[in-house]
Design a binder for this molecule. Structure first.
Ligand code: HEC
Ligand code: HEC
Length: 372
Protein backbone atom coordinates (compact mmCIF):
# COMPACT_ATOMS: atom_id res chain seq x y z
CA UNK A 1 0.00 0.00 0.00
CA UNK A 2 2.77 2.37 0.92
CA UNK A 3 4.21 1.93 -2.55
CA UNK A 4 0.89 2.97 -4.02
CA UNK A 5 0.70 6.04 -1.85
CA UNK A 6 4.16 7.13 -2.93
CA UNK A 7 3.44 6.42 -6.55
CA UNK A 8 0.28 8.48 -6.29
CA UNK A 9 2.23 11.31 -4.77
CA UNK A 10 4.86 11.00 -7.48
CA UNK A 11 2.31 11.15 -10.28
CA UNK A 12 0.72 14.11 -8.54
CA UNK A 13 4.03 15.89 -8.38
CA UNK A 14 4.93 15.14 -12.00
CA UNK A 15 1.60 16.29 -13.34
CA UNK A 16 1.42 19.40 -11.26
CA UNK A 17 4.93 20.64 -10.81
CA UNK A 18 4.91 23.49 -8.38
CA UNK A 19 1.83 22.35 -6.50
CA UNK A 20 2.09 21.76 -2.77
CA UNK A 21 4.21 18.71 -1.97
CA UNK A 22 2.69 16.03 0.19
CA UNK A 23 3.07 16.38 3.88
CA UNK A 24 4.15 13.41 5.96
CA UNK A 25 0.55 13.07 7.06
CA UNK A 26 -0.79 12.96 3.52
CA UNK A 27 1.62 10.18 2.65
CA UNK A 28 0.08 8.01 5.30
CA UNK A 29 -3.47 8.46 4.05
CA UNK A 30 -4.81 5.27 2.60
CA UNK A 31 -7.82 5.02 0.34
CA UNK A 32 -7.83 1.26 0.58
CA UNK A 33 -11.42 0.29 1.13
CA UNK A 34 -10.55 -3.26 2.11
CA UNK A 35 -9.61 -1.90 5.53
CA UNK A 36 -13.36 -1.78 6.11
CA UNK A 37 -15.24 -5.00 6.59
CA UNK A 38 -18.20 -5.21 4.25
CA UNK A 39 -18.42 -8.95 4.10
CA UNK A 40 -21.71 -10.07 5.59
CA UNK A 41 -21.31 -13.81 5.15
CA UNK A 42 -20.68 -14.07 8.90
CA UNK A 43 -24.13 -12.68 9.74
CA UNK A 44 -26.24 -15.11 11.71
CA UNK A 45 -30.01 -15.40 11.66
CA UNK A 46 -30.08 -13.89 15.17
CA UNK A 47 -28.26 -10.76 13.92
CA UNK A 48 -30.65 -10.58 11.03
CA UNK A 49 -33.70 -10.81 13.32
CA UNK A 50 -32.41 -7.77 15.17
CA UNK A 51 -31.65 -5.90 11.94
CA UNK A 52 -35.08 -6.63 10.53
CA UNK A 53 -36.82 -5.53 13.74
CA UNK A 54 -34.71 -2.35 13.50
CA UNK A 55 -35.81 -1.85 9.92
CA UNK A 56 -39.49 -2.10 10.87
CA UNK A 57 -38.99 0.37 13.73
CA UNK A 58 -37.05 2.72 11.44
CA UNK A 59 -40.03 3.00 9.11
CA UNK A 60 -42.76 3.08 11.76
CA UNK A 61 -44.41 6.51 12.30
CA UNK A 62 -46.33 5.18 15.32
CA UNK A 63 -43.11 5.75 17.25
CA UNK A 64 -43.77 9.48 17.48
CA UNK A 65 -45.85 11.91 19.42
CA UNK A 66 -48.17 12.68 16.46
CA UNK A 67 -47.92 9.21 14.86
CA UNK A 68 -46.55 10.83 11.71
CA UNK A 69 -42.77 10.90 12.11
CA UNK A 70 -40.48 7.93 11.52
CA UNK A 71 -36.71 7.84 11.15
CA UNK A 72 -37.38 7.45 7.42
CA UNK A 73 -39.18 10.82 7.33
CA UNK A 74 -35.74 12.46 7.43
CA UNK A 75 -33.48 9.56 6.40
CA UNK A 76 -34.69 8.41 2.99
CA UNK A 77 -33.29 5.48 1.03
CA UNK A 78 -33.24 7.44 -2.26
CA UNK A 79 -31.06 10.09 -0.59
CA UNK A 80 -28.61 7.59 0.92
CA UNK A 81 -30.67 7.98 4.10
CA UNK A 82 -30.35 11.77 4.24
CA UNK A 83 -33.13 14.01 2.92
CA UNK A 84 -33.35 16.84 0.42
CA UNK A 85 -34.22 19.67 2.80
CA UNK A 86 -31.78 22.24 4.23
CA UNK A 87 -33.13 21.27 7.66
CA UNK A 88 -35.51 18.38 8.29
CA UNK A 89 -39.10 18.40 9.47
CA UNK A 90 -40.13 16.19 12.37
CA UNK A 91 -42.67 17.29 14.96
CA UNK A 92 -41.04 20.66 14.27
CA UNK A 93 -38.10 21.80 12.16
CA UNK A 94 -34.63 20.68 13.22
CA UNK A 95 -31.73 23.15 13.33
CA UNK A 96 -29.28 21.27 11.17
CA UNK A 97 -29.08 19.24 7.96
CA UNK A 98 -29.74 15.47 8.13
CA UNK A 99 -26.56 13.53 7.33
CA UNK A 100 -26.64 10.35 5.22
CA UNK A 101 -26.64 7.08 7.18
CA UNK A 102 -23.96 5.12 5.34
CA UNK A 103 -20.92 3.30 6.70
CA UNK A 104 -21.98 4.26 10.22
CA UNK A 105 -20.42 1.11 11.64
CA UNK A 106 -17.01 2.71 11.09
CA UNK A 107 -17.89 6.09 12.54
CA UNK A 108 -16.37 7.23 15.84
CA UNK A 109 -18.56 10.20 16.66
CA UNK A 110 -22.17 10.94 15.72
CA UNK A 111 -23.98 14.21 14.97
CA UNK A 112 -22.28 17.26 13.43
CA UNK A 113 -21.01 18.21 16.87
CA UNK A 114 -20.05 14.68 17.95
CA UNK A 115 -22.34 14.48 20.99
CA UNK A 116 -22.66 10.66 20.83
CA UNK A 117 -19.92 8.08 20.49
CA UNK A 118 -22.01 5.00 19.70
CA UNK A 119 -25.19 4.27 17.78
CA UNK A 120 -27.23 2.83 20.65
CA UNK A 121 -26.96 6.15 22.46
CA UNK A 122 -27.38 8.06 19.18
CA UNK A 123 -30.67 6.49 18.03
CA UNK A 124 -32.43 7.21 21.34
CA UNK A 125 -31.76 10.93 20.95
CA UNK A 126 -34.05 11.61 17.92
CA UNK A 127 -36.76 9.50 19.57
CA UNK A 128 -36.71 11.73 22.66
CA UNK A 129 -36.06 14.99 20.80
CA UNK A 130 -39.17 17.24 20.94
CA UNK A 131 -38.46 18.45 17.38
CA UNK A 132 -38.04 14.97 15.93
CA UNK A 133 -40.15 12.06 17.33
CA UNK A 134 -41.15 13.87 20.53
CA UNK A 135 -41.42 10.76 22.74
CA UNK A 136 -40.56 10.19 26.41
CA UNK A 137 -39.01 7.01 27.83
CA UNK A 138 -42.50 6.06 29.08
CA UNK A 139 -44.29 6.72 25.80
CA UNK A 140 -41.64 4.91 23.75
CA UNK A 141 -41.85 1.79 25.92
CA UNK A 142 -45.64 1.95 25.90
CA UNK A 143 -45.83 2.28 22.11
CA UNK A 144 -43.42 -0.59 21.65
CA UNK A 145 -45.38 -2.76 24.09
CA UNK A 146 -48.64 -2.12 22.22
CA UNK A 147 -47.45 -2.48 18.64
CA UNK A 148 -44.66 -5.01 19.07
CA UNK A 149 -46.31 -7.18 21.67
CA UNK A 150 -44.57 -10.50 21.02
CA UNK A 151 -41.12 -8.87 20.82
CA UNK A 152 -41.77 -6.92 24.03
CA UNK A 153 -42.97 -10.06 25.85
CA UNK A 154 -39.90 -11.95 24.69
CA UNK A 155 -37.53 -9.20 25.88
CA UNK A 156 -39.21 -8.84 29.24
CA UNK A 157 -39.33 -12.58 29.85
CA UNK A 158 -35.65 -12.88 29.09
CA UNK A 159 -34.42 -9.81 30.92
CA UNK A 160 -36.60 -8.92 33.86
CA UNK A 161 -37.11 -10.18 37.34
CA UNK A 162 -40.83 -10.79 37.88
CA UNK A 163 -41.33 -7.87 40.21
CA UNK A 164 -39.05 -5.29 38.61
CA UNK A 165 -40.81 -1.95 38.61
CA UNK A 166 -42.30 -0.28 35.59
CA UNK A 167 -39.49 2.17 34.98
CA UNK A 168 -36.85 -0.58 34.95
CA UNK A 169 -38.95 -2.57 32.50
CA UNK A 170 -39.38 0.53 30.33
CA UNK A 171 -35.62 1.05 30.32
CA UNK A 172 -35.03 -2.54 29.26
CA UNK A 173 -37.51 -2.29 26.41
CA UNK A 174 -36.08 1.02 25.20
CA UNK A 175 -32.56 -0.34 25.24
CA UNK A 176 -33.64 -3.24 23.02
CA UNK A 177 -35.44 -0.82 20.68
CA UNK A 178 -32.19 1.18 20.46
CA UNK A 179 -30.09 -1.94 19.84
CA UNK A 180 -32.40 -3.02 17.01
CA UNK A 181 -32.36 0.44 15.40
CA UNK A 182 -28.58 0.61 15.78
CA UNK A 183 -28.21 -2.85 14.18
CA UNK A 184 -30.25 -1.68 11.18
CA UNK A 185 -28.35 1.61 10.80
CA UNK A 186 -25.09 -0.32 11.13
CA UNK A 187 -26.12 -2.57 8.29
CA UNK A 188 -26.20 0.27 5.72
CA UNK A 189 -23.03 0.27 3.65
CA UNK A 190 -21.91 2.19 0.56
CA UNK A 191 -18.33 1.37 -0.41
CA UNK A 192 -18.59 0.15 -3.99
CA UNK A 193 -18.17 3.27 -6.11
CA UNK A 194 -16.32 3.65 -9.43
CA UNK A 195 -13.45 5.16 -7.39
CA UNK A 196 -13.24 1.99 -5.26
CA UNK A 197 -13.21 -0.20 -8.37
CA UNK A 198 -10.46 1.95 -9.85
CA UNK A 199 -8.39 1.78 -6.64
CA UNK A 200 -8.80 -1.99 -6.29
CA UNK A 201 -7.63 -2.39 -9.85
CA UNK A 202 -4.74 0.03 -9.33
CA UNK A 203 -3.55 -1.87 -6.31
CA UNK A 204 -3.66 -5.16 -8.15
CA UNK A 205 -1.81 -3.92 -11.24
CA UNK A 206 0.23 -1.01 -9.92
CA UNK A 207 -0.84 1.28 -12.72
CA UNK A 208 -3.98 3.32 -13.27
CA UNK A 209 -6.48 1.47 -15.46
CA UNK A 210 -9.66 3.42 -15.82
CA UNK A 211 -13.05 1.87 -15.15
CA UNK A 212 -16.57 2.97 -15.99
CA UNK A 213 -17.31 6.15 -14.05
CA UNK A 214 -13.63 6.81 -13.26
CA UNK A 215 -11.61 8.01 -16.23
CA UNK A 216 -8.83 10.58 -16.87
CA UNK A 217 -10.98 13.51 -15.70
CA UNK A 218 -11.77 11.89 -12.34
CA UNK A 219 -8.11 10.86 -11.98
CA UNK A 220 -7.05 14.46 -12.55
CA UNK A 221 -9.71 15.59 -10.05
CA UNK A 222 -8.29 13.13 -7.51
CA UNK A 223 -4.83 14.67 -7.96
CA UNK A 224 -6.28 18.11 -7.32
CA UNK A 225 -8.08 16.73 -4.24
CA UNK A 226 -4.85 15.23 -2.88
CA UNK A 227 -2.49 17.99 -3.87
CA UNK A 228 -3.28 21.56 -4.70
CA UNK A 229 -6.69 21.70 -3.01
CA UNK A 230 -5.52 19.96 0.18
CA UNK A 231 -8.90 18.29 0.65
CA UNK A 232 -7.36 15.01 1.78
CA UNK A 233 -5.88 16.53 4.90
CA UNK A 234 -9.38 16.31 6.43
CA UNK A 235 -11.35 14.13 3.97
CA UNK A 236 -8.61 11.50 3.57
CA UNK A 237 -9.04 7.73 3.83
CA UNK A 238 -11.60 5.34 2.43
CA UNK A 239 -14.44 6.97 4.39
CA UNK A 240 -13.42 10.42 3.09
CA UNK A 241 -13.44 11.83 6.59
CA UNK A 242 -10.75 11.81 9.26
CA UNK A 243 -13.59 11.95 11.84
CA UNK A 244 -12.08 15.02 13.46
CA UNK A 245 -13.54 18.49 14.13
CA UNK A 246 -12.48 21.75 12.47
CA UNK A 247 -13.24 25.42 12.21
CA UNK A 248 -14.00 26.05 8.53
CA UNK A 249 -16.36 29.00 8.28
CA UNK A 250 -18.05 27.21 5.36
CA UNK A 251 -21.61 27.26 6.65
CA UNK A 252 -23.57 30.51 6.29
CA UNK A 253 -24.79 30.28 9.85
CA UNK A 254 -22.91 28.44 12.56
CA UNK A 255 -25.49 26.40 14.49
CA UNK A 256 -23.67 24.11 16.89
CA UNK A 257 -21.55 24.57 19.99
CA UNK A 258 -18.90 21.93 20.43
CA UNK A 259 -18.29 22.44 24.19
CA UNK A 260 -21.98 21.60 24.81
CA UNK A 261 -21.54 18.41 22.82
CA UNK A 262 -18.51 17.38 24.85
CA UNK A 263 -20.44 18.10 28.04
CA UNK A 264 -23.41 15.96 26.83
CA UNK A 265 -21.05 13.16 25.87
CA UNK A 266 -19.23 13.16 29.19
CA UNK A 267 -22.54 12.79 31.04
CA UNK A 268 -24.12 10.24 28.68
CA UNK A 269 -25.07 7.12 30.68
CA UNK A 270 -24.71 5.15 27.43
CA UNK A 271 -21.28 6.57 26.63
CA UNK A 272 -19.05 3.92 25.01
CA UNK A 273 -21.92 1.43 24.90
CA UNK A 274 -20.72 -1.76 23.22
CA UNK A 275 -17.16 -0.51 22.79
CA UNK A 276 -14.20 -2.47 24.11
CA UNK A 277 -12.12 0.63 24.16
CA UNK A 278 -13.63 3.81 25.48
CA UNK A 279 -12.16 6.59 23.38
CA UNK A 280 -10.83 9.56 25.31
CA UNK A 281 -12.90 12.70 24.98
CA UNK A 282 -11.45 14.59 22.04
CA UNK A 283 -9.31 17.66 22.35
CA UNK A 284 -10.86 19.51 19.43
CA UNK A 285 -13.18 21.55 21.58
CA UNK A 286 -13.17 24.84 19.70
CA UNK A 287 -16.73 26.20 19.97
CA UNK A 288 -16.96 26.66 16.18
CA UNK A 289 -15.59 23.26 15.19
CA UNK A 290 -17.68 20.84 13.15
CA UNK A 291 -17.12 17.16 12.37
CA UNK A 292 -15.69 16.43 8.91
CA UNK A 293 -18.50 14.74 6.97
CA UNK A 294 -17.99 11.87 4.52
CA UNK A 295 -17.85 12.79 0.83
CA UNK A 296 -19.40 9.54 -0.35
CA UNK A 297 -22.73 9.67 -2.17
CA UNK A 298 -22.83 13.48 -2.27
CA UNK A 299 -24.99 13.31 -5.40
CA UNK A 300 -27.81 11.92 -3.23
CA UNK A 301 -27.49 14.22 -0.25
CA UNK A 302 -27.89 17.88 -1.34
CA UNK A 303 -28.14 20.43 0.17
CA UNK A 304 -24.83 20.49 2.02
CA UNK A 305 -23.08 21.69 5.20
CA UNK A 306 -24.44 21.49 8.71
CA UNK A 307 -26.82 24.40 8.17
CA UNK A 308 -27.90 23.03 4.77
CA UNK A 309 -26.96 26.34 3.19
CA UNK A 310 -25.07 25.05 0.12
CA UNK A 311 -27.52 23.84 -2.55
CA UNK A 312 -24.95 22.16 -4.84
CA UNK A 313 -21.52 20.54 -4.74
CA UNK A 314 -20.30 23.40 -6.91
CA UNK A 315 -21.49 25.88 -4.34
CA UNK A 316 -19.45 24.12 -1.62
CA UNK A 317 -16.39 24.24 -3.90
CA UNK A 318 -16.85 27.97 -4.45
CA UNK A 319 -16.89 28.43 -0.69
CA UNK A 320 -13.54 26.63 -0.44
CA UNK A 321 -12.19 28.97 -3.12
CA UNK A 322 -13.16 32.05 -1.18
CA UNK A 323 -13.69 31.06 2.45
CA UNK A 324 -15.05 33.50 5.00
CA UNK A 325 -12.32 34.89 7.24
CA UNK A 326 -13.47 33.40 10.53
CA UNK A 327 -11.18 33.35 13.53
CA UNK A 328 -9.08 30.18 14.03
CA UNK A 329 -10.04 28.83 10.62
CA UNK A 330 -7.95 25.77 9.77
CA UNK A 331 -4.78 26.60 7.83
CA UNK A 332 -5.67 24.28 4.95
CA UNK A 333 -8.75 26.33 4.16
CA UNK A 334 -7.43 29.41 2.39
CA UNK A 335 -8.21 31.11 -0.89
CA UNK A 336 -7.95 28.34 -3.41
CA UNK A 337 -7.21 29.19 -7.02
CA UNK A 338 -8.61 26.47 -9.25
CA UNK A 339 -9.02 26.95 -12.99
CA UNK A 340 -12.20 25.80 -14.72
CA UNK A 341 -10.73 22.42 -15.66
CA UNK A 342 -9.51 21.69 -12.15
CA UNK A 343 -12.84 22.71 -10.69
CA UNK A 344 -14.79 20.53 -13.14
CA UNK A 345 -12.59 17.52 -12.61
CA UNK A 346 -12.57 17.90 -8.83
CA UNK A 347 -16.36 17.83 -8.96
CA UNK A 348 -16.32 14.81 -11.29
CA UNK A 349 -14.02 13.03 -8.86
CA UNK A 350 -16.46 13.73 -6.00
CA UNK A 351 -19.30 12.33 -8.12
CA UNK A 352 -17.25 9.15 -8.72
CA UNK A 353 -17.56 8.39 -5.00
CA UNK A 354 -21.19 7.36 -5.46
CA UNK A 355 -22.32 3.81 -4.83
CA UNK A 356 -25.60 2.03 -4.14
CA UNK A 357 -26.47 1.67 -0.47
CA UNK A 358 -26.44 -1.98 0.49
CA UNK A 359 -28.28 -3.40 3.50
CA UNK A 360 -26.11 -6.10 5.03
CA UNK A 361 -27.99 -9.28 5.80
CA UNK A 362 -30.37 -8.86 2.89
CA UNK A 363 -29.44 -12.29 1.66
CA UNK A 364 -31.13 -13.67 4.78
CA UNK A 365 -34.37 -11.84 4.06
CA UNK A 366 -37.31 -14.16 3.58
CA UNK A 367 -35.58 -17.10 5.27
CA UNK A 368 -37.34 -18.54 8.29
CA UNK A 369 -36.96 -16.53 11.46
CA UNK A 370 -36.14 -18.56 14.54
CA UNK A 371 -39.27 -18.78 16.67
CA UNK A 372 -39.00 -17.20 20.09
C1 HEC B 1 -36.91 15.22 12.07
C2 HEC B 1 -35.92 14.60 11.27
C3 HEC B 1 -35.19 13.40 11.82
C4 HEC B 1 -35.72 12.25 12.35
C5 HEC B 1 -37.19 11.91 12.56
C6 HEC B 1 -34.60 11.40 12.67
N1 HEC B 1 -33.43 12.01 12.33
FE1 HEC B 1 -31.59 11.23 12.47
N2 HEC B 1 -30.81 13.02 12.11
C7 HEC B 1 -31.51 14.14 11.74
C8 HEC B 1 -30.64 15.28 11.79
C9 HEC B 1 -31.05 16.72 11.46
C10 HEC B 1 -29.39 14.82 12.21
C11 HEC B 1 -28.15 15.65 12.51
C12 HEC B 1 -28.38 16.22 13.92
C13 HEC B 1 -27.17 16.83 14.54
O1 HEC B 1 -26.06 16.59 14.07
O2 HEC B 1 -27.33 17.55 15.54
C14 HEC B 1 -29.52 13.38 12.38
C15 HEC B 1 -28.47 12.53 12.75
C16 HEC B 1 -28.58 11.15 12.80
C17 HEC B 1 -27.47 10.22 12.93
C18 HEC B 1 -26.00 10.59 13.05
C19 HEC B 1 -25.39 10.64 11.69
C20 HEC B 1 -23.98 11.13 11.72
O3 HEC B 1 -23.31 11.09 10.68
O4 HEC B 1 -23.52 11.58 12.77
C21 HEC B 1 -28.01 8.96 12.97
C22 HEC B 1 -27.25 7.65 13.09
C23 HEC B 1 -29.44 9.11 12.88
N3 HEC B 1 -29.75 10.44 12.75
C24 HEC B 1 -30.34 8.06 12.95
C25 HEC B 1 -31.71 8.27 13.15
C26 HEC B 1 -32.63 7.25 13.58
C27 HEC B 1 -32.28 5.79 13.86
C28 HEC B 1 -33.86 7.84 13.70
C29 HEC B 1 -35.15 7.25 14.20
C30 HEC B 1 -35.14 6.77 15.56
C31 HEC B 1 -33.69 9.23 13.31
N4 HEC B 1 -32.37 9.46 13.01
C32 HEC B 1 -34.72 10.15 13.23
C33 HEC B 1 -32.83 14.18 11.41
C34 HEC B 1 -33.74 13.23 11.84
C1 HEC C 1 -9.66 21.58 7.64
C2 HEC C 1 -10.43 20.42 7.26
C3 HEC C 1 -11.09 20.38 5.91
C4 HEC C 1 -10.52 20.57 4.67
C5 HEC C 1 -9.05 20.89 4.35
C6 HEC C 1 -11.56 20.36 3.71
N1 HEC C 1 -12.74 20.09 4.34
FE1 HEC C 1 -14.52 19.76 3.43
N2 HEC C 1 -15.44 19.83 5.24
C7 HEC C 1 -14.81 19.95 6.46
C8 HEC C 1 -15.79 20.18 7.50
C9 HEC C 1 -15.51 20.31 8.98
C10 HEC C 1 -17.04 20.25 6.86
C11 HEC C 1 -18.40 20.55 7.50
C12 HEC C 1 -18.52 22.06 7.70
C13 HEC C 1 -19.90 22.53 8.13
O1 HEC C 1 -20.89 21.89 7.79
O2 HEC C 1 -19.99 23.55 8.80
C14 HEC C 1 -16.79 19.99 5.44
C15 HEC C 1 -17.78 19.90 4.46
C16 HEC C 1 -17.54 19.56 3.14
C17 HEC C 1 -18.57 19.26 2.16
C18 HEC C 1 -20.07 19.19 2.43
C19 HEC C 1 -20.47 17.77 2.75
C20 HEC C 1 -21.86 17.59 3.28
O3 HEC C 1 -22.31 16.43 3.35
O4 HEC C 1 -22.52 18.55 3.68
C21 HEC C 1 -17.94 19.00 0.98
C22 HEC C 1 -18.59 18.62 -0.35
C23 HEC C 1 -16.51 19.15 1.20
N3 HEC C 1 -16.31 19.47 2.53
C24 HEC C 1 -15.54 18.96 0.27
C25 HEC C 1 -14.22 19.36 0.46
C26 HEC C 1 -13.27 19.56 -0.63
C27 HEC C 1 -13.56 19.30 -2.08
C28 HEC C 1 -12.13 20.01 -0.05
C29 HEC C 1 -10.88 20.51 -0.76
C30 HEC C 1 -11.09 21.66 -1.59
C31 HEC C 1 -12.34 20.08 1.39
N4 HEC C 1 -13.62 19.67 1.65
C32 HEC C 1 -11.39 20.46 2.32
C33 HEC C 1 -13.44 19.88 6.67
C34 HEC C 1 -12.50 20.10 5.68
Amino acid sequence: MLKLIFSLSLVGTLLFVGYAMWTERQKTITFDVSAYRVDDSHLQMADYSLISLGKRLFHDPRLSQNQEVSCASCHKLEHSFADSEPVSLGIKKTFVNAPPLINMQFQKWFFWDGRADNLVSQVLQPLMNPREHGLTPQSLAETFRIHYESEADFILKKATKINANRSIRDQQLNLEVAKALAAYVNSLVALESPFDRFMANYQANDEPNFVEGFGPDEWHGFQVFLGKARCASCHGGALFTDQDFYVTGLASEHRIHRPDAIQTLSQDPLRCFGKDDCTELPESSHPMSVRTPTLRNLVHTAPYLHDGSAPTIRDVLYRYMRPRPVEDRHQDITNLYLNALELNNLEKFLVSLTSPVRELGEQLEGKTQPSH
